[in-house]
Write a protein that binds this ligand. Structure first.
Ligand code: UD1
Ligand code: UDP
Length: 378
């Protein structure tokens, strides 16, 4: 019996680790899977655990209103040490580049426990963009024993940093596995919450532009500029419905609030993953600074405009499933208008989504196979 501890703190970590927890959980005689939820996020992450029917074994309950990075890091390090001491896993799994993932890897390193890093090797090469995620993922790569890289480009980034070739496995992104699982669940049985949301949305045959924003490096003047760009776009395209599930971060909420008065803009609370996947699937265009949404959208045939200056997901730009707009209001308005005005350009992007550069839903299977071979070789 091999003991695995999955550490997750935020919504995207829960979503991207969930199909892996399901996969390992299907071999209960071989793997004892434990889940530590740091509580870096609260309702966002709990909704996701709920959808995937996963009950965390530990809940550290760390979230504070408008939390700052040093305080969160200190709380995580204090709280994780006794969990590792108690659980004594053979492997700690962390995902991506959040503060929970970084602290999970660091605490495991201090405790002498091997780390497996899911979604390894994403890089912009700019230590402050995204902030603090670029630092977090570089630091995790120094610690991890196994690096599950979603793409060949991520693998090459790791090789350039001297990570041993044998420890890197290209898998695809587990977020695509999660999305495909969610789609099957939704087609098998829609929840009453989804039915209620569909009724409330009041779409009236309007095409939907779905918008999400949250990145720390964009908060402040840049996000105010985005708000102005979105306001201009909503006025320029009155027949389209702009739907913004707003991240609960108080700074994000405050920046987007001025859009509330526009007749074709809906500022709504963050959506459960089930409802969000449905909304993605019926949207015309996605505008976002999210990482995970760029990976999911191609599998639903939806073009993305990335509201960021730099990207660690160049695969989407190269494959033509996403456009990098930058963050200046003029650039955002111009990039989005070009796509909304030019049906041929839009449909060419839809066509390119047929091949999702981030995977085909088999990432978890590959990670599981690697762990099985590691343990068999011992
Ligand atoms: C975090 C991650 C980021 C990831 C994002 C996904 C870090 C440094 N950042 O950013 O990489 O892309 O999550 O969403 O780890 N809040 C709530 N309820 C929640 C969640 C958040 O009220 O369920 C509010 C709280 O006031 C909290 C604030 O949002 O303090 C910010 O949350 P935090 O986890 O610190 O950072 P994010 O900006 O969400
Ligand atoms: N998501 C969700 N509800 C929302 C917005 C996003 O369930 O209202 C999901 C989305 O499908 C994706 C993940 O949350 O799987 C992305 O999270 P976020 O954008 O917060 O973080 P990032 O991916 O940028 O780290």
């Amino acid at each position: 019996m091999h003991k695995l501890l999955f550490i997750a703190g935020t919504r995207p970590e829960v979503i991207k680790l969930a199909p892996l927890i399901h996969a390992f959980g299907q071999q209960p005689l071989v793997f004892d899977c434990r889940v530590c939820f740091t509580g870096q996020h609260r309702e966002l992450a709990l909704q996701a655990f709920d959808f995937f029917n996963i009950q965390p074994d530990d809940h550290l309950n760390l979230m504070q209103e408008n939390q700052q990075l040093s305080g969160l890091t200190a709380l995580l390090m204090e709280a994780l040490e006794p969990v590792l001491e108690e659980e004594k896993p053979d492997f700690v799994f962390v995902q991506g580049d959040t503060t929970s993932a970084f602290c999970g890897a660091l605490a495991a390193y201090y405790a002498g426990i091997s780390v497996a890093h899911v979604e390894a090797g994403l890089r912009t090469g700019l230590i402050r963009s995204p902030f603090p995620e670029e630092f977090n993922r570089v630091a995790i790569s120094k610690i991890a024993a196994y690096h599950f890289a979603p793409t060949e480009a991520a693998r090459e980034n790791l090789l350039r940093e001297g990570i041993p070739e044998a420890s890197i496995i290209v898998t695809g992104n587990t977020g695509v596995d999660a999305l495909l699982w969610a789609k099957t669940q939704i087609s098998a049985k829609k929840s009453p919450e989804l039915t209620a949301f569909q009724q409330q949305l009041d779409q009236k045959n309007r095409q939907i532009v779905l918008v999400t924003l949250h990145r720390r490096e964009n908060q402040g003047a840049i996000m105010d500029g985005m708000q102005q760009a979105l306001s201009s776009l909503a006025m320029r395209y009155p027949a389209m419905l702009f739907v913004l599930p707003v991240h609960p971060n108080p700074r994000v909420r405050a920046a987007l609030e001025p859009l509330a008065g526009l007749p074709n803009v809906r500022l709504i609370p963050p959506l459960s993953y089930e409802i969000f996947v449905w909304l993605l699937s019926v949207s015309y265009l996605i505008l976002t600074d999210s990482g995970g949404i760029q990976e999911e959208a191609p599998s639903l045939g939806k073009p993305v405009v990335v509201l960021r200056d730099h990207t660690e997901r160049p695969e989407a730009i190269e494959a033509g499933t996403a456009l990098l707009a930058g963050t200046s209001p003029e650039a955002v308005v111009n990039t989005v208008s070009r796509l909304l005005d030019d049906a041929a350009a839009y449909h060419a992007m839809v066509e390119r989504c047929r091949q999702n550069p981030f995977g085909n839903g088999r990432a978890c299977e590959r990670i599981l196979a690697q762990l099985v071979s590691v343990f068999n070789a011992q």
